[in-house]
Ligand binder design. Structure first.
Ligand code: NAD
Ligand code: GLY
Length: 375
């Protein structure tokens, strides 16, 4: 292997087990031999690379070269959440047909969470399911979406409503790909790491250590490979315990019920990571006002968010827009489309103490009150 740095591997023991491997330089010239060895071993026949209009020009050539004659083609979709649709899913499947993919083919998902979710679902559907190798290139996709097997596209009624659980064949990470990731997107990945800090004591300590010297309002720093792996390890542990989200895995939705509502109310103009940050902050503020959390937890969360360039509230520019409705009633309606929603209540993830959260069935009336006080 000509890659100069050490490869780090986490093994995920789900029903279908797989490795998550981090190797700096994998998508760069010095990683060519290492990437070639991995992809030649993982892809028995042919594979299509699915990527987006930002990532493909940067990294698709490296993946295609590593596949060599096994590369069936590169399918590129427009970058952004607006592409995570049934229409783009069908376009991908039609591209698979045009490229002559078979039941022995594979999909390489090369990009952020949008590509991982869409290409993962396309792989799960193509001829009732073929392998998908995830190569996440955004921080959010590295620490969260590429691991755990959730695949989906959005419907007008809500996010991720059309999807299946389908674990990847492998996850290959080049942390050096973060060098080209825009700062705003790096912040989104930090949002998920701050989420892990809210549910795991060790991650809480590591995130605080990593952000200790950072001034609020500074650009989000580049995380170390150790921190990326620590975050993935939290997800690994939870997914192994509850692969299909019937129990503990719901903790990974901290901030997501209200966050997804904020994201939809913003017509997707606020990123997923920023929306989840706002969702976590709204709930934390509400619980502080209820006397269920100490003031310091709100101060601490808001400080962590501002050190990584994330908002703690819906940005004023969006609130001022007459075409967007962030009223508590409107946000509640959007929460009611959430996958965790029941007729009378929702399984809400509530912070309890630093690094600890729990799931509590919460009536819609109570959630409305919390959105009002925390907004
Ligand atoms: P994204 O895929 O839209 O990527 C963010 C932006 O960064 C895009 O413009 C992309 O082109 C660009 N980009 C990615 N990597 C780059 C790189 N290395 N260099 C330059 N540009 C790069 O969004 P995301 O934040 O990665 O993921 C958000 C999506 O993930 C949402 O749809 C969310 O629902 C989903 N998600 C899924 C899970 C899961 O478990 N499956 C978990 C969390 C989030
Ligand atoms: N991102 C939440 C989950 O994978 O369960």
């Amino acid at each position: 292997m000509s890659c100069c740095e050490r490869s780090r591997i986490l093994h995920v023991s789900t029903g279908r087990p797989y490795d998550v491997e981090a190797l700096p330089g994998l998508l760069h010239a010095r990683g060519h031999d290492a990437l070639k060895a991995r992809l030649q071993a993982l892809v028995p026949e042919r594979a299509v690379i699915v990527s987006d209009t930002n990532v493909a020009p940067l990294y698709a050539r490296a993946a295609a070269d590593a596949l060599g004659p096994k590369c069936a083609g590169i399918h590129v979709i427009p970058a952004g959440e607006a592409s995570k649709t049934p229409a783009e899913l069908v376009r991908a499947l039609e591209a698979f047909a045009a490229l002559g993919l078979t039941r022995s083919s594979a999909v390489i998902a090369l990009g952020g969470g949008v590509i991982g979710d869409l290409a993962g679902l396309a792989a799960a559907l193509w001829m009732r399911g073929i392998d998908c190798v995830q190569i996440p290139t955004s921080l959010l996709a590295m620490v969260d979406s590429s691991v755990g097997g959730k695949t989906a596209v959005d419907l007008p009624a809500g996010k991720n409503l059309m999807g299946v659980f389908s674990q990847p064949k492998a996850v290959l990470i080049d942390p050096q790909a973060l060098d080209t990731l825009p700062e705003r997107e790096r912040a989104c990945g930090w949002g998920e790491m701050i989420k892990y800090a809210g549910i795991d004591a060790r991650m809480n300590q590591l995130v605080h250590e990593a952000l200790a010297g950072i001034e609020p309002g500074s650009p989000a720093p580049l995380p170390t490979v150790d921190l990326i792996l620590a975050a993935i390890d939290v997800k690994r542990r939870i997914v192994e315990a509850d692969e299909r989200e019937v129990g503990e895995r719901r903790l990974l939705n901290l901030g997501h019920t209200v966050g997804h509502a904020v994201e939809a109310a913003a017509h997707w103009e606020l990123s997923h990571g920023a929306s989840v940050a706002v969702g976590m902050a709204i709930l934390t503020r509400a619980l502080v006002r209820e006397g269920r959390l100490p003031d310091e937890m709100q101060v601490d969360l808001e400080t962590l968010l501002s050190k990584t360039g994330l908002p703690s509230a819906v940005p004023a520019a969006l609130r001022a827009r007459s075409d967007l409705d962030f009223s508590p009633e409107s946000l509640l309606k959007l929460c009611q489309h959430d996958k965790k929603a029941g007729a009378a209540d929702v399984a809400l993830v509530l912070p309890v103490s630093p690094g600890c959260a729990r799931i509590e069935r919460t009536s819609w009336a109570k959630l409305l009150e919390r959105i009002r006080t925390g907004l």
